[in-house]
Design a protein around this ligand. Structure first.
Ligand code: SF4
Length: 705
């Protein structure tokens, strides 16, 4: 469907992070002989590449690849034909629907797969009769998307990397680590702005590559506010109150943009009211940071010509994730830092297509283009194109689905995801998934979730197929593929097309498409923000959404004239501190927080199989502050057992003052010792994102170094 027939390298997009760097791949003489070639004038990265992008081709022909369909029989997998495997998938999905109804199946899309593939998966779920379709944005930015969509209009970066580099004077980076997670955005765009004089305020419990890349700790200009995990709301409330107080005494200084607040927002009085009795001094103690440091940061933000907020999973992955992001929106709105280049509230998205997977509707509450499933008019407009009815109630999110395994949910269709490792409280997920009657996994490698599958459908990798992906600043770009490595694997789109056609054999050809472009053409019809795009118009540069009509050039920054809310006004809403559900106690006296590494990628399905990446960090570890290490008698490099109420992992201790005293920090990338065996699965009430960033923990020592 997507193979390029020429000998020339093909232009495609790095399969790892949301920056969306362009790379080329060259087909060698044999299938599987695929070489990385720089793409010198790629629109986002102009040929630059980080360690992950440079190593991306290493996994394409890896010996672990799934090469044939598998069916579980008597507890063991046996090879099967596509015919057998598809028949079984279709008959089991039909049986479950007949016995329990359509909501007894969950469909998990993937941010590692393309827009067309996720579009078809969510269409399959909805034709099946359920809105139980979700993707891993639930784990990373569901709360950000919720807050941005509700208060500004679109669940995405308000600005673009290029305008931020050119115009931003102050980068407020809270709970994000672009130095590690978005290396090319950091080195190519943000670093250039800082070299040109921009200031960085980093708010993070952990010192990291971002701290070091801007030498934040070594200058007076920049600041690292190393707060206690889960105290982002009090910190931002100190900032907001400092700005309000200063404005009352010195209105001419313009720390609050009165005209902007008056004409373009509502809810300012609510914010003022929320902060009337707020005590900055005790809040600063709660954050663990001197009050004057936070006040200095407030002044820097309020007096910058253009200040931009970057927000990451340190903000979103909390039970108060929506409120965390809302408080960042409050800060940008009262100071007028929205609607022009160099400003905004900008989530740095994790995977290469997490933005697009949401855009195309692989979420339980929205259809393509973020049209709400319970909005009759929007739903009917999509139904008209599709020719079938869509349920009018939001479905279950992926973690809610997992909580229902074996209860209301009896079957699971997983495309390119690894919920057994990616979900919090992973030990319980492993137990619950065994209660399902039928699990089908469509993937390129035998993931930890494959171990619980009844049918495995072998897919092709990123390098073997074409389609589109949408990067962190809303740029939709084309991917192109070379030859299939294994002849009995299929592109995700072909697999979905085949399952859909067999499952709904009603002559309507709802799943009958010639190629990814054919699917994109239908996507455009039902997704207003993509409506103006075609494969030809995307060409090599791509286009930023929204792109409503053919010929539109797309918007690098949003909300110049009005917000995309019902009344066009940005929504200010005061929020108050909500501590993490688990705080330290006698039994678990430490705070556990988690984050990712530059060399690895989420559950490590690809990165742990890449020799170059795995060599950098082959095993998990835990950062322990020197004072805690002394107290526990831990030596640097010693193995320790890290425990929470949900499990334990054995990892090497790294004694470092990168972390705060009382805070231990580890990663989710390594199967047996994944942080997610310890994390808490309490959810944000609205966005249903889990609280990965804070749990009570303890360290047990006694293992010889
Ligand atoms: Fe790939 Fe992200 Fe690295 Fe660019 S910055 S090469 S998109 S991992």
């Amino acid at each position: 469907m997507s193979t390029d027939e020429t000998d020339e390298p093909v232009k495609t997009i790095c399969p790892y992070c949301g920056v969306g760097c362009g790379i080329q791949i060259q087909q060698g003489e044999e299938p599987g002989d695929v070489q990385f070639v720089p793409w010198g004038d790629a629109p986002v990265n102009e040929g630059r590449i980080c360690i992950k992008g440079g190593a991306a081709t290493e996994v394409v022909a890896h010996e672990d690849r799934l090469t044939d369909p598998l069916i579980r029989e008597d507890g063991e997998f046996r090879e099967a034909t596509w015919e057998e495997a598809s028949d079984l998938v279709v008959s089991e999905l039909e049986r479950i629907r007949e016995e329990y109804g359509p909501d007894a199946v969950g469909f998990f899309g993937s941010s590692k797969t393309m827009n067309e593939e996720n579009y078809l998966l969510q269409k399959l779920a909805r034709r099946y009769g359920t809105n139980n379709v979700d993707n891993c944005t639930r784990m990373c930015h569901a709360s950000t998307v919720w807050a941005l969509r509700t208060s500004l209009g679109a669940g995405a970066m308000t600005n673009s990397m290029a305008d931020l580099e050119a115009e931003c004077d102050l980068f407020w980076i809270q709970g994000a680590n672009p130095g590690e997670q978005h290396p090319i955005a950091n080195s190519q765009y943000f670093r250039q702005a800082v070299l040109d004089g921009a200031t960085v305020i980093q708010v993070d419990p952990h010192a990291n590559k971002t701290t070091r890349s801007f030498q934040i700790d070594e200058t007076d200009r920049h600041q690292h506010l190393q707060l206690n995990p889960g105290t982002d709301i009090p910190l931002l409330n100190i900032v907001l109150k400092t700005i309000l107080e200063h404005h009352e005494e010195h209105p001419d200084d313009g720390w609050i943009d009165e005209e902007f607040v008056e004409e373009r927002t509502e809810g300012f009085e609510d914010l003022v009211e929320t902060l009337v009795d707020f005590d900055k001094k005790s809040a600063a103690e709660e954050c663990g940071i001197p009050l004057e440091d936070i006040e200095r940061a407030a002044e820097a933000y309020a007096t910058a010509d253009n200040a931009a907020i970057f927000t990451g999973m340190g903000m979103s992955q909390h039970a108060c994730g929506v409120d965390n992001v809302q408080n960042e929106i409050n800060l940008a709105l009262i100071t007028g830092n929205l609607g022009r280049p160099g400003t905004g509230v900008n989530p740095l998205r994790g995977q290469n297509n997490v933005q697009g997977t949401c855009d195309v509707g692989a979420m339980p509450n929205v259809l393509p283009g973020y049209q709400l499933v319970d909005d009759d008019e929007a739903r009917e407009s999509v139904e008209e194109v599709w020719g079938f009815e869509v349920p009018d109630e939001p479905g279950l999110t992926n973690v809610e689905c997992s909580h229902e395994f074996g209860k209301s949910v009896r079957g699971l269709y997983v495309m390119g995801e690894n919920p057994v490792m990616s979900e919090p409280d992973a030990n319980r997920v492993e137990e619950r998934i065994q209660n399902l009657e039928f699990v089908v996994v469509q993937d390129i490698f035998p993931t930890e979730t494959v171990e619980y599958a009844d049918v495995v459908l072998p897919a092709t990798t990123w390098a073997e197929r074409g389609g589109t992906v949408t990067n962190t600043d809303r740029r939709v770009q084309r991917m192109r593929g070379v030859e299939n490595v294994h002849e009995n694997t299929k592109h995700d789109l072909e697999i979905l097309s085949e399952v859909g056609t067999r499952l709904f054999d009603d002559g309507d050809e709802l799943f009958d498409f010639d190629d990814p472009e054919d699917v994109f053409e239908e996507l455009r019809e039902v997704c207003p923000i993509y409506h103006g795009m075609t494969y030809d118009a995307l060409d090599e540069e791509g286009l930023h959404w929204p792109c409503y009509e053919p010929g539109d050039e797309g918007d690098p920054f949003l909300y110049e004239e009005a917000f995309d809310t019902e009344n066009g006004l940005g929504q200010i809403e005061g929020v108050t501190h909500q501590p993490p559900e688990e705080t330290p106690d006698d039994e678990y006296p430490l705070i556990l927080t988690t984050a990712r590494l530059e060399e690895h990628y989420n559950t490590g399905t690809m990165s742990r199989r890449s020799p170059t990446l795995n060599r950098q960090t082959p095993e998990n570890f835990v950062d322990v502050h020197p004072t805690d290490a002394d107290r526990y008698g831990i030596e640097d490099g010693q193995d320790v057992v890290l425990t929470s109420r949900r499990g334990e992992i054995t990892v090497e201790a790294q004694v470092t003052d990168d972390t705060r005293e009382g805070v231990v920090w580890t990663t989710p990338h390594f199967a047996a010792a994944s942080a997610n065996r310890l994390t808490n699965d309490v959810l944000d009430e609205r966005a249903k994102i889990p609280e990965y960033k804070a749990a009570a923990a303890e360290i047990e020592v006694g293992i010889e170094p």
